[in-house]
Design a protein around this ligand. Structure first.
Ligand SMILES: [Zn+2]
Ligand SMILES: [Zn+2]
Length: 255
């Protein structure tokens, strides 16, 4: 298997050393794709930005069939060209397109939720993802569709497919039409309810014609690499999807 989403020291919020990550992955008998985090539109310009030339300079020597070099690109409707330039310029194996900021506010921040019902906040989030998926034709997989459920300031942050089926369907259809993969981010699937609710979304993706899925732990430390992958595998089988990772921007089937 491949853990296709993890953050090392080029991500401003991770202290994970690449050599430790590689060692851990070997122990787990899994491949990894390093996907350090670039969010061009983050308001604090010191955060979530890194020197990509330096990234390839330093990490090039570790690169092989089991250690691939990718990017988690923060998708934003006002930085499409800039992001496109980055994707074109560098020789990534894999690019995840993720939404962290919605209409210039990080959904990690409580101000995103102020004065909004859960329905309003989540619909705004899904609408923004849809807009991004429509314009980011150059990413490989769409990251953590359930990102908002990690940080929302509501008593129950879970995404119930039935409550948001129209918006979620639109996103899934767009992903499928664009020939992209969708990510199953394993961060929340240790929780049974979350795993079940996510299965509803990924089953729907399969029903609408989706075929491929990437699995990523979003690890920021070595202990989290490959976390909950046994659950992820069951979920993927249950949904009838095929697990892939990207090497040189091409999907390869995982075993
Ligand atoms: Zn992310
Ligand atoms: Zn991430």
């Amino acid at each position: 298997m491949f853990d296709t989403h993890l953050h090392t020291t080029f991500s401003t919020d991770s202290q994970m050393n690449i050599e430790n990550a590689i060692e851990r992955a070997k122990d787990l008998n899994t491949g990894i794709v390093i996907t350090d985090h670039m969010d061009l539109n983050y308001p604090d310009k010191e955060k979530f930005i890194f020197d990509i030339d330096e990234y390839f300079n330093q990490y090039g020597k570790y690169r092989n069939d089991q250690v691939l070099l990718g990017l988690e690109m923060g998708m934003a409707t006002d930085y499409i060209e800039e992001n496109r330039e980055i994707e074109k310029k560098y020789d990534f194996d894999y690019v995840i397109g993720s939404v962290h900021m919605v209409d210039h506010v990080d959904v990690y921040q409580k101000e995103f939720y102020e004065g909004k019902t859960k329905k309003q906040a989540y619909e705004q989030y899904f609408r923004y993802i849809l807009e991004c998926v429509k314009s980011y034709h150059f990413v490989d997989s769409i990251g953590h569709i359930d990102y908002i459920a990690r940080y929302a300031r509501f008593s129950d942050t879970e995404i119930y497919y039935k409550e948001f089926s129209d918006s979620i369907d639109e996103i899934l259809k767009e992903i499928i039409n664009k020939g992209k993969a969708i990510e199953l981010n394993t961060r929340r699937i240790g929780n049974k309810t979350s795993a079940q609710e996510l299965v509803n979304i990924y089953k729907r993706y399969a029903e609408l014609g989706g075929k491929i899925i990437t699995i990523g732990s979003d690890a920021h430390n070595v202990e989290s690499i490959g976390e909950h992958f046994h659950i992820a595998r069951e979920m993927v089988d249950l949904c009838g999807l095929k697990m892939v990772y990207y090497n040189q921007r091409k999907p390869e089937y995982s075993k």
